[in-house]
Structures are given as structure tokens and as C-alpha cells.
Write a protein that binds this ligand. Structure first.
Ligand code: SAH
Length: 469
């Protein structure tokens, strides 16, 4: 971020613009939305600039900018359309202490003007540091659409009402009031033509009468790591959270999406040593919910896949705390997608198993005979350490030594690695790869491209790739 966005107070501030053509005109249209005192230097300005001068909205000086003209100005725009003249203007202005923008000259400018969505008092500024003006325009159009034209009026009414709203308790109660204003009551009042002030009064009365907010728990699947694989509902829950209790596997980029004021608690570590006992996590969730917090219990992948979800739900039920489950993309789905395979395939396997390499009692037992059948597919979670045992069991029950096996480490993340091997080679291949991240073993699946390569030439087993997802 070479260009740091700030919102500059232009009330009564002098802004000088050199130039009288279309580029100058475009900048003036923006500047005229501010309370700046604007002076324009132009010998032969276009008609509109003349008209603004006649209306007294700008001061028009019919000569080029000269020494002393930029004194006291905070911003100076060089928009003469002449490179040498722009350079002269900017040198003069800088010497007199102003920040300079040369239109269409990023390198020569002290500041740049972002693409702006104006819903005063709400302003959205979009910048790409000159890298992608097309993208900035597209984003602007998208945001224009997203922010209804009535938003400015809602925000202005809210601003005037702020003191009264402060009679509500700080925190959740007040946020609930404003959320309802912007999402429900405000737009409704605008649509029906009711007065905004009266609508705010009525809403406040309603919220005042309400008892202390009740806590709630959302069990949210965070997916395999890539924030783009979050559901919209997960994002909304994070947006509203007071407390986020998360596993150790959750990527920082996802935690960053939590509401800024939310308290983040790492249930893998915080105060409990290397691994928090389940009972303590249950107690933590219930305690925060009872205090009235909106708790997001954030789990990697899908909360219902090897996530101890039932323990936590039962703790909520026992405590009379309401809850909801937001599903997520489980590691098996992410890993299969990454290697271009489907988990089930007509004529190959009519079902897929999600199994764990080990459970509370040690290496987990499964129906090995069924799994060993030709064409079976299983996604093995927490299976790295159990690989030797798994391969042994499966082959003992008749699985072929050359059944394809793909291990996907850190699925969907930038540092993902894919290990394509066979059942017999799996333990050694895993040892050699020394994976430290979470990995899911896809038994019965080879990466699609490796399949193609194998058809052309025999692909070596234990082929490790580092790949961008
Ligand atoms: N609820 C999670 C699973 C939690 S158990 C889910 O639905 O995905 C933890 C195991 O999940 C890890 O040992 C690993 O086998 C797997 N896992 C989680 N995230 C992963 C990722 N990004 N890539 C590969 N495997 C992952």
C-alpha cells in the first residue's frame, strides 16, 4: 500500500487547479461536492468552468499559475494537458507547500484521487495505485449498486440521532439497534415515505423496552483455509460476532474477517497448554453465550466432520443456549476439487467414506474388507501418523498394492502440496515428504493430471508437487 487512503477535511481549505479543459472539468465536478475554496487558473476555460465562476462557486483567474498562487493551498491539481506546463505548476506548488496531483501522472503526483462512491456522509474510496483503473471502475459500479441511493439520508439521520441512541447500553444492544435501522427500519421508512426521525424514535422505544440481549452460538464451518471458500452465512456470522472461539487450524486471513471489536479466543491454546480439553471448550462457549455474547464457534472445514460438534451442541442445550450450525467445505471436498477428481463416480464408487486415521483409542478400526474392494474411495482425516497401519490393514484385506492414493496437504491454501502415490508406497512417501500441515489422504483417487500423465508415460510413484491451488 504505497498510497495510504485518508479522508481530508476540506472545509474552508484552499484548493488550486491549473487548467481549463476536460480533465480540469472532471476534477472540478468532484471538488465542487466539497466545501473547499477553489481557485482555477485558466486562460481559456471551457464553458462550464466559466459558468461556475459566474455563479461564484469557484474563483477563476485567467492566467497561468505563477509564484505565490499556491501559497496557503493544501492541494494543487495540475490539469493543463501540457506536460511541461504541468511540471512547472507542480514544482511551483510543491515549493509553496502544497500536495500536488498531476492528472494522469501517477509517478509525478504526491497523491492520487481514488474512484469515489458518494453517499455522503458515507464515502467509499477505491484505489488500485494505478495498476488497474478498469478494475476500480468495475468495483465502483458494483458498490454503487450495493449501496442504495438512500443510504446517505439514512446515515445522515443516524448521525443526528447518535446521542439519543447512546441511551441504549453500549455494545450489542446498540449495535442491534443500528443494524435494524440500516437493514430493516430505515429502508422501510424510506420506501413508505415515513419520516426518518419518527421512524428512529419508534425504533428506539422498541429497543429500550427490550430485555438484556440473549446470547447465541453459531457453529460455523470455516472451510479448508482459503477465505474464498467461506459461505456467505459464515461471513455474516463473523461480521456479527462478539466472541470468536476458534481451532488452531483456522487461517489468519479468515480470522481477520471477524468484526473488529470481536474477541478472538484460540481454543487450541489460550491458557490451557497445548490442547484445550473438550470440557473446557464447552464451558467457554456456554459462559460467553450466557453473558449475552453472540458467540461464533469457528471450526475448520465442516463443523460436523470430526469436529466434536455434538459435545458442544449438547453443552448448549444443557445450558438453554440457542445455537445454529453453518456448514462449511470439508477438507475431503476441497482436496478432491484441487486434484480435479470427484469423490463419487458412476461405475467406480457409489459411495465415499470419510474416516479418521485415529480416534480416542488410538488407530481407528474400520470395515477394511469393504474398503479394500476395487474402486472404493475414502477420505482419511488425521491419517498421516496412521498411514503405515492403514496401508497394512487394507492390503491384508485384499486391497491391491497399486491402488492410487493422493495426499493433499494444506488443501486450498497457498502452501498446498500434493503427493501422488500408491497404497504400498504411501508410508514411505509420507515419511519422505515430511508434511507438517494438515493433510487428507484420498484413498482410491489419483490426481487427474497424473492419471493423464501415467497414460502417456509411466508416472513415478511418490511424486510430490508444490502447487498453487
Ligand atoms: N472439520 C474438519 C476436519 C477436522 S479434523 C473438516 O471438515 O475438514 C482435522 C483434520 O482435517 C486434519 O488432520 C486433516 O486431515 C484435515 N484437514 C483440515 N484442514 C485441511 C486442509 N486444509 N487440507 C488438508 N486436510 C485438512
Amino acid at each position: 500500500m504505497q498510497h495510504f487512503p485518508v479522508f481530508l477535511d476540506l472545509a474552508g481549505v484552499r484548493v488550486v487547479l491549473a487548467g481549463g479543459g476536460d480533465a480540469a472539468l472532471a476534477k472540478l465536478r468532484l471538488l465542487l461536492r466539497t466545501p473547499a475554496r477553489i481557485a482555477v487558473h485558466a486562460a481559456a476555460p471551457v464553458h462550464q468552468i466559466e459558468a461556475w465562476a459566474a455563479e461564484g462557486r469557484i474563483e477563476l483567474i485567467r492566467r497561468p499559475l505563477a509564484a505565490g498562487d499556491a501559497r496557503g493551498a493544501r492541494l494543487v491539481y495540475a490539469a493543463t494537458g501540457d506536460e511541461a506546463e504541468d511540471a512547472r505548476v507542480s514544482a511551483l506548488a510543491r515549493a509553496e507547500g502544497a500536495l500536488v496531483n498531476i492528472v494522469d501522472d501517477l509517478a509525478g503526483s504526491d497523491f492520487i484521487t481514488p474512484a469515489i462512491v458518494d453517499r455522503t456522509p458515507v464515502t467509499v474510496a477505491i484505489g488500485t495505485e494505478g495498476a488497474a483503473p478498469v478494475l476500480a471502475r468495475a468495483l465502483k459500479a458494483e458498490i454503487e449498486e450495493r449501496l442504495g441511493s438512500g443510504l446517505g439520508a439514512l446515515a445522515a439521520a443516524a448521525k443526528a440521532f447518535r446521542d439519543r441512541a447512546e441511551t441504549l447500553p453500549h455494545g450489542r444492544a446498540r449495535r442491534a439497534f443500528w443494524a435494524e435501522w440500516f437493514e430493516v427500519e430505515g429502508p422501510r421508512a424510506q420506501a413508505t415515505g415515513a419520516g426518518l426521525d419518527a421512524a428512529l424514535d419508534a425504533l428506539l422505544d422498541r429497543h429500550r423496552a427490550r430485555a438484556r440481549p440473549r446470547g447465541h452460538v453459531d457453529f460455523v464451518g470455516a472451510g479448508p483455509g482459503d477465505p474464498e471458500l467461506l459461505t456467505l452465512r459464515a461471513r455474516k456470522a463473523l461480521d456479527r460476532a462478539d466472541v470468536v472461539i476458534h481451532d488452531r487450524l483456522i487461517a489468519p486471513a479468515i480470522l481477520e474477517l471477524a468484526r473488529r471489536e470481536a474477541r478472538l479466543i484460540d481454543a487450541g491454546k489460550e491458557g490451557f497448554g497445548p490442547s484445550t480439553p473438550q470440557a473446557e471448550i464447552n464451558a467457554l462457549i456456554v459462559r460467553h453465550a450466557r453473558e449475552g455474547a453472540h458467540v461464533v464457534r469457528l471450526k475448520s472445514g465442516d463443523p460436523g466432520v470430526f469436529g466434536r460438534l455434538d459435545d458442544e451442541i449438547e453443552a448448549c442445550e444443557a445450558a438453554g443456549v440457542t445455537y445454529a450450525v453453518v456448514p462449511g467445505i470439508t477438507a475431503a471436498a476441497a482436496a478432491a476439487a484441487q486434484v480435479g477428481q470427484s469423490l463419487t463416480r458412476r461405475g467406480r464408487n457409489a459411495g465415499v467414506r470419510l474416516i479418521t486415521g485415529h480416534d480416542v483409542k488410538g488407530f481407528a478400526d474400520h470395515d477394511w474388507r469393504a474398503l479394500a474392494r476395487q474402486g472404493e474411495v475414502a477420505a482419511i482425516y488425521m491419517g498421516k501418523r496412521a498411514a503405515h497401519y492403514l496401508a497394512g490393514r487394507l492390503m491384508m484385506h485384499g486391497a491391491a498394492a497399486d491402488v492410487p492414493v493422493t495426499v493433499v496437504e494444506n488443501a486450498s491454501r497457498a502452501d498446498t502440496r500434493v503427493l501422488a502415490t500408491t497404497l504400498a508406497e504411501l508410508p514411505q512417501a509420507l515419511d519422505a515428504a515430511a508434511m507438517s500441515g494438515p493433510a487428507v489422504i484420498l484413498y482410491g483417487l489419483a490426481p487427474r493430471e497424473a492419471l493423464a500423465a501415467a497414460a502417456a508415460a509411466a508416472a513415478p510413484a511418490g511424486n510430490l508437487r508444490e502447487a498453487a491451488p
